[in-house]
Design a protein around this ligand. Structure first.
Ligand SMILES: *[C@@H]1O[C@H](CO)[C@@H](O)[C@H](O)[C@H]1NC(C)=O
Ligand SMILES: *[C@@H]1O[C@H](CO)[C@@H](O)[C@H](O)[C@H]1NC(C)=O
Length: 420
């Protein structure tokens, strides 16, 4: 064998070796993909989803967010409704430490007697051994007060409502970091979409757009949308992207007030066309009556809630979430001591436990954001960098007459939680 043919022989051998290696890697990838059950979680935290800012774990953009070694972060969820929690479940799985997030455990607290909801909870608990049910019995009379005494000392807890339907990748790391770095804040809340206090701020900061409910019962464009919708459990899925829906059409003088009733079940809100006079367009919509008030229209009105959500989904699509945030390095928004809704908050369990019990007749939200911080001289902070969305308050039940839950499900299925 000449030197030349030897080297040719070697090249061929190298090629086959490389080919075999590639084949092994390829079949391994296929195999590991196939053996995954039911859900496959897009993660850890990727920048794949269109207009998202890159996640903190992958890009080095958020290097200031480093989980302190030894710190245990536990999410606590007061569970009641399976149609909403299936969306939260996607975000929680993505935020588990196994997938690049900060959550060591998720504690589900039963807050329903509906058998189908309870069956779904049992099913949820099988997804991860980091999912735990805190206790079996429903916490009846005391509302949630009882649950606070069940916290384990020495951890940071993130209390999340079961109808939190969207959260930014860095939402949990940010409120946890702010809580740890600032012992002067008793609790740190995320910057919630659909919050009575923050909603006013979002409106005044220009984050809310002119949207109105579609009034015509049926039109041709709607039939197209219907064909593209599919049922997921109880929810009719609808595209989360405003660009997949037509603009609002109707008489120029049409106005929709915050206290009006929904036109019909399953309706959607559509964008008013942008014109040089678009602040005039905004004046036709419910949000203009929101106030900086815990008990005001921002809490009472399903229509204001809806407008916040549709506007948020547009901002999300456009990669414009900075409209909700103060500049990097700015201080948080301090709410001392107006009652703040506690849909998504970080607390230090040792601190809370040392001040229990909650006085009789005081609900936990009042105690955590007004009574206790006032009596011990601490502040309550909203980290505006940490954005999340809360579907609806008790008073806003008519939000379920919109297609919003279907849109958030669509977002979660597309970007967070993928069925394989
Ligand atoms: C929680 O609070 C306790 C008591 O104030 C304190 O010693 C501890 O360092 C705090 N933990 C964290 C993670 O901030
Ligand atoms: C509906 O699906 C059709 C065909 O798949 C597609 O061309 C159309 O853009 C979709 N429409 C919407 C609103 O998603």
């Amino acid at each position: 064998m000449s030197a030349l043919s030897l080297s040719r022989y070697m090249t061929v051998q190298w090629r086959s070796l490389l080919f075999i290696l590639a084949a092994i890697i390829f079949s391994y990838t296929i195999f590991t993909t196939l053996i995954r059950v039911d859900y496959d979680f897009k993660g850890p935290i990727s920048a794949s989803a269109g207009s998202w800012r890159p996640g903190y774990g992958t890009t080095g953009l958020h290097q200031e967010l480093v989980k302190p070694p030894g710190l245990k972060v536990i999410a606590i969820v007061f569970y009641g409704r399976r149609d909403r929690s299936q969306i939260l479940h996607c975000f929680l799985m993505r935020n588990l430490v196994d997938h690049g997030g900060w959550l060591d455990e998720v504690h589900w607290i039963r807050n329903t007697d509906d058998q189908q909801d309870l069956d779904y909870l049992d099913q949820l608990l099988t997804y991860s051994n980091r999912y735990k049910q805190l206790f079996q019995e429903r916490t009846k009379e005391q509302g949630y007060s009882d649950a606070w005494s069940k916290l384990q000392p020495g951890h940071i807890y993130v209390k999340i409502d079961d109808d939190v339907v969207w959260m930014a990748d860095d939402a949990i790391p940010r409120i946890v970091t702010t809580k740890i770095q600032h012992p002067e804040y008793l609790l740190v809340s995320a910057n919630m979409i659909n919050s009575p206090l923050m909603g006013w701020l979002h409106y005044r900061a220009g984050a809310v757009h002119p949207y109105l409910p579609e009034m015509s019962p049926e039109d041709p464009s709607e039939t197209t949308i219907k064909q593209n919708q599919s049922y997921e459990g109880d929810i009719q899925r609808a595209s989360w992207k405003h660009v997949d829906h037509p603009l609002w059409q109707g008489p120029d003088g049409f106005v929709f007030a915050y206290h009006q009733k929904p036109p019909r079940d399953g309706h959607r809100w559509l964008r008013l066309p942008e014109t040089p006079a678009s602040t005039a367009q905004l004046r036709r919509t419910p949000v203009v009556d929101t106030t900086y008030d815990t008990w005001g229209a921002g809490l009472q009105s399903w229509a204001i809630a809806a407008q916040h959500h549709y506007s948020f989904l547009e901002n999300l699509y456009n990669g414009d979430l900075q409209v909700y945030k103060f500049a990097a390095g700015a201080k948080p928004w301090i709410t001392d001591w107006d009652r703040l809704s506690i849909n998504f908050i970080a607390i230090n369990s040792s601190e809370i436990l040392s001040h229990l019990p909650i006085p009789a007749g005081v609900v936990d939200e009042e105690w955590l954001t007004v009574t206790l911080p006032r009596s011990i001289g601490k502040s309550v902070a909203v980290d505006t960098q940490s954005v999340a969305a809360h579907l609806s308050f008790f008073f806003q039940s008519e939000v379920s007459s919109t297609d919003l839950l279907g849109r958030y499900l669509d977002y979660a299925e597309e970007n967070v939680c993928r069925k394989v």
